[in-house]
Structure formats: structure tokens, C-alpha cells
Design a protein around this ligand. Sequence first.
Ligand code: B12
Ligand code: SF4
Ligand code: SF4
Length: 320
Amino acid sequence: MLSYQFLNEKFLNDQGVIDWGYTEEHLAHSYHYFQNWVENGNAGSLEYLKGQKALTRESIKNYFPHFQSALVFLFPYYQTKKDLEQVDSKLKIASYVHGFYGEDYHLYLRQRLGEIKNKILNEVLDCEILFTLDTQPVLERDLAYRAGLGWFGKNSMLISREHGSYFIIGSLLLSRKLHLGPASMGVDHCGQCRACIEACPTLAITPERTIIAQKCISTYTIEVFKDEKPPEGYQNSHGEIFGCDICQEVCPWNVKKLKTLVSRKISNPLIDFFYSQKVEDIIASLESMSKRAFRKFFANTPLERTGRDGVLKNIKRYLK
Ligand code: B12
Ligand code: SF4
Ligand code: SF4
């Protein structure tokens, strides 16, 4: 891990950071892949990635005109993935959902980034700092690539040789340079491997290292709220009813990482609800819950996004 004056390893570990990098480049290296992806219709129903919003992603300066440098942090959830190996269930919820104590990572990691931001502001005066964590118009995998944190895998994940791909990328954008020097870009370590392409049940992975969003189980189970037909092949999945980890599970870089970890007992309300009841009982519990009660029970978890009907839709469509 890099170390820089006040951003030392101990402080960053306390914030849940496993690795971090620095870049002063505002232009995305892979913007043309993104542009082609949108033009070819592969964004599907993800309207927030199209039109003017797509153009913004070319340069961070379109979002933050005073941009001078970025600190990019990796927040891992691989320990949770390891812990979930002990859980035997017919239905699966993607591991990032449980990775931050079951709390929505947008809320949880925003606070962690806030702590890091405060630390910087105590040391560097006259600095404006914005954060980017998923929902801002920034190509975050590209930003992490520019900061030297990994390469773009064939499954389109940003992969680190040391840590695999089970991490969330969160960044701070600064109006000042910290002069940490240029990062060395990640080199492709996929080689001849095609494990992710072959494992994807809905054939959503393209030869251009991108995903056809409308075929991806993650889109269907998290972003599609109405009871639409699922992508072909969904029934051949492993019961993914919220997000999907399949193309990461088979990746040798994650397999290697998980082998270095020891699994622990894991518990949170989501796990207790979905992994310790029979599927019929889960459906019955959800059907007897009002939408309001669902929102209360799953408050601040990622499941609030789809609501009760969205989760029920996914379970029923999978079982059909
Ligand atoms: C929209 C979105 C989705 C969509 C579309 C995903 C996709 N692959 O396009 C859906 C809903 C399907 C999705 C699913 C998931 N997502 Co998502 N998602 C996003 C979001 C908001 C935008 C991504 C985007 O712009 N996609 C369009 C494609 C074209 O761009 P891209 O994904 O950045 O891919 C780049 C590379 O593929 C590269 N590239 C493409 N071809 C080539 C070829 C070569 C040779 C090279 C060098 C580069 C290259 O160029 C692209 C543009 O920079 C980002 C957050 C953000 N603001 O960036 C999170 C993000 C990508 N998601 C994330 C996560 C964790 C997930 C899931 C694992 C969640 C889950 N378990 O269900 C899955 C993974 C599915 C997958 N294999 O990608 C993380 C990824 C972390 C990582 N290690 O890479 C991000 C970065 C959020 C975050 N802040 O951590 N996601
Ligand atoms: S997340 Fe699942 S459906 Fe989407 S590309 Fe990966 S394996 Fe395929
Ligand atoms: S499974 Fe293989 S091809 Fe796919 S991202 Fe991992 S190393 Fe690359």
C-alpha cells in the first residue's frame, strides 16, 4: 500500500481501505469503449448513462471543473464472500450487499470517505474535495486504472493482482495536486482465460470486455422494478435474486485471494431472513409484509432500492 504523510496504512486500514492510488489525469483512457457501449444499445434501460450524462464521463473536469488530482480507494468485501461459503441456500444475494455490515455501501462508505476527507482538510489548506462513489458521472473503473490499482478483466471488473475484484471503488477528487508522481498502469493478467465468459448464465459478457446491461442478472434483479421477463438463461443461474457474483466467483484472481482467508461466522438481518428460512417461508413472509413494513425492516440496506415487490418478482421469476 502507498503511504503518504498523514495517509498512513494504519489510518486507512481503520477506514476499511485495502489499497489506494493517486492520479492527476482528468481524461478517462477508455472513454471510447464506454461511448461505443452506449451507442450499441448495451446500456439497456440504464437511462442515467446515456445522452448528456454519457458525455460528462469523458473528463472529471466536466463534473468538477477545479479538479487537479484524485485519491482512489479500494474497500474490499472479500472476507464476506469467504464467510458466505459456509451458508447453504437456494437463493443468493450478491456479497457486496453483506460486505459492509449489511448497510448500503453508498451510506457506509460515504462516511469512511468523509473521515479521510476531514483528515486531508486538516493538513492541506485551501482544498476543495468532492467524492465519487458509484452514482457520480465518473468512470470509476477507469479512474482506478489510472491510479494504478488494476486492469480491466474480460468480465469488465477492475481486478487487482493482489486483491482480486471483490471491492468497491470510492474516490476523493481534489482541487490541488499532492505531487505523488504518476502511477504505473495495470497490465492485463487475463491471458487465455475465458472462465467468466463461459460461466455467465445469460451470455451477457461481450468480447470487448463489457457487459450487455439488459442481459445481466445484476441489472434485472437490482435495476428492473416492474415484473418484466428476465434475461434468457436466468433460470440457469444459482438463485441470484439480488445482484450477481457468478463472473467473479470463477475468476482465478478471486479464487486465489479467497484461499488466503479463513471464513468466520456471519450474521445480519438480511442473512437471517434469506438464508435461514425455506424459500416458501421467505415468499410467505414477504407477501404478508406491507411495503412499508418491508422498507422499515430493510431500512438502509441495498434491498430498499427494489422494495418488496422487486425482491418477490426476482424470486418468483427465478423459480418459474
Ligand atoms: C452501470 C453500472 C453497472 C451496470 C453495468 C455494468 C457494466 N459492466 O457496464 C450493472 C447493473 C450490470 C452493474 C453490475 C455490477 N456492478 Co456496477 N456499476 C455501474 C456504474 C454505475 C457505471 C459502469 C459503467 O459506466 N458501465 C459502462 C461500461 C462500458 O463501463 P465500465 O463498466 O466502467 O467498463 C470500463 C472497462 O470495461 C473499459 N473497457 C472496456 N473494454 C475494454 C477493452 C480494453 C482493451 C481496455 C483496456 C478497457 C476496456 O472501458 C469501460 C469504460 O471505462 C459503476 C460506477 C461508476 N460510476 O463507474 C458501477 C461499478 C462498475 N459496479 C460495481 C460492482 C461491484 C458491480 C457488481 C459486481 C455488483 C453485483 N455483484 O451485482 C456487478 C458486476 C457486473 C459486471 N461484471 O460488470 C463496481 C465495480 C468494482 C470493480 N472491482 O470493478 C463499480 C465501479 C461501483 C463502485 N464504485 O465500486 N453495474
Ligand atoms: S454479473 Fe452475472 S449476469 Fe452479469 S455478466 Fe456477470 S455472470 Fe453474467
Ligand atoms: S475469469 Fe479469467 S478472463 Fe475473466 S476476468 Fe478473471 S482472469 Fe480474466
